[in-house]
Design a protein around this ligand. Structure first.
Ligand SMILES: Nc1nc2c(ncn2[C@@H]2O[C@H](COP(=O)(O)OP(=O)(O)OP(=O)(O)O)[C@@H](O)[C@H]2O)c(=O)[nH]1
Ligand SMILES: [Mg+2]
Length: 291
């Protein structure tokens, strides 16, 4: 295959503790990329990726399921893995074959025991990762507590890419810290159309603070960004993603997005981040054959 085509391939897995929302996110990915026209829910036994009868009756994923879809000019091969500890070997098998992963955290439960083990598995295979803090609609959702736990329990450096708009059941959108734009997801069309709006004025200060942190993280991978940052010059959004990507590929930075898969919020920005930040097959050294 021509390297230009390989450049736009993303082979990735979705990993997490049981019930964080991997299959629900996968279902949304298939819906927004146009692969399916109706979303089924795990708890109704209707999710496409939980295709085994036992998965549908128990409402859990047992076997890793692969599927493909495309988003803009990118082709995705994604694997929805099981979170239950009994099926860890399925995750292990998947991680060996993947180029990157999306790690999902519940905004309420944060870093859970099985999150730690899949994270360590991904460390072992040097799998670059981005993170989604899901279930932002639930009572007790607290993305800051999850970020702290990623740092402390996983000893990893998270880089927040978004701030939430609305809290718990009022969670309605995200502020993109790179573009400095707000996006609202509508309930009526299952979140298909994003509404771009201005950043709420009460969030401007927090946006500046968090954007600075993001720029500092990017500056570690781009000396020109570092110079401009130190001189207090403006840094254009399009320069930030490639710098962050270097940190992701080196398994040093873990960009974090926010969402509520069940409420159809936050998935399209995740798809853009998969394209912009996760590796293509060209970025990953070839596996060594075992004799
Ligand atoms: N409130 C809320 N519930 C969610 C969200 N995402 C998923 N859920 C619910 O959480 C439960 C578990 O979701 P799944 O998608 O099956 O989670 P999973 O990570 O695939 O679970 P396993 O594969 O069994 O590890 C289901 O009842 C979902 O409807 C969300 O954003 N908000
Ligand atoms: Mg599942």
């Amino acid at each position: 295959m021509a390297s230009s085509a390989l450049k736009n391939i993303r082979n990735f897995g979705i990993i997490s503790h049981i019930d964080a929302g991997k299959t629900t996110v996968s279902e949304r990915i298939l819906f927004y990329t146009g692969e399916i026209h109706k979303m089924g829910e795990v708890h109704d036994g209707m999710a496409v990726m939980d295709w085994m009868e036992q998965e549908q009756t128990r409402g859990i994923t047992i076997t890793a399921t692969a599927t493909n879809c495309s988003w803009n000019d990118y082709n995705f091969n994604l694997i929805d893995t099981p979170g239950h500890i009994d099926f860890t070997i399925e995750v292990e098998r998947s991680l060996r074959a993947l180029d990157g992963a999306v790690a999902i955290f519940s905004a309420v439960e944060g870093v859970q025991p099985q999150t730690e083990s899949v994270w360590r598995q991904a460390d072992r295979y040097q799998v670059p990762r981005i993170c989604l803090i899901n279930k932002m609609d639930r009572i007790g959702a607290d993305h800051q507590q999850v970020l702290d736990a990623i740092e402390k329990k996983l000893a990893a450096q998270p880089v927040l890419l978004q701030l939430p708009i609305g809290h718990e059941e009022d969670f309605s959108g995200v502020i993109d810290l790179i573009e400095e734009k707000a996006y609202l997801f509508q309930d009526e069309d299952q979140g298909k159309m994003l509404i771009e709006s201005d950043i709420p004025s009460n969030k401007l200060e927090e946006v500046q603070k968090q954007r600075e942190k993001l720029i500092e993280a990017a500056a570690d991978y781009d000396d020109l960004i570092l110079d401009d940052f130190l001189e207090g010059r403006q840094i254009e959004p399009q320069r930030l993603m490639p710098a962050l990507r270097q940190g992701v590929l080196a398994c040093q930075l873990y960009p974090v997005l926010l969402g509520s898969a069940l409420k159809n919020k936050g998935i399209q920005p995740l798809l853009d981040a998969i394209c912009g930040l996760l590796p293509s097959p060209l970025d990953i050294p070839a596996s060594e054959a075992l004799s």
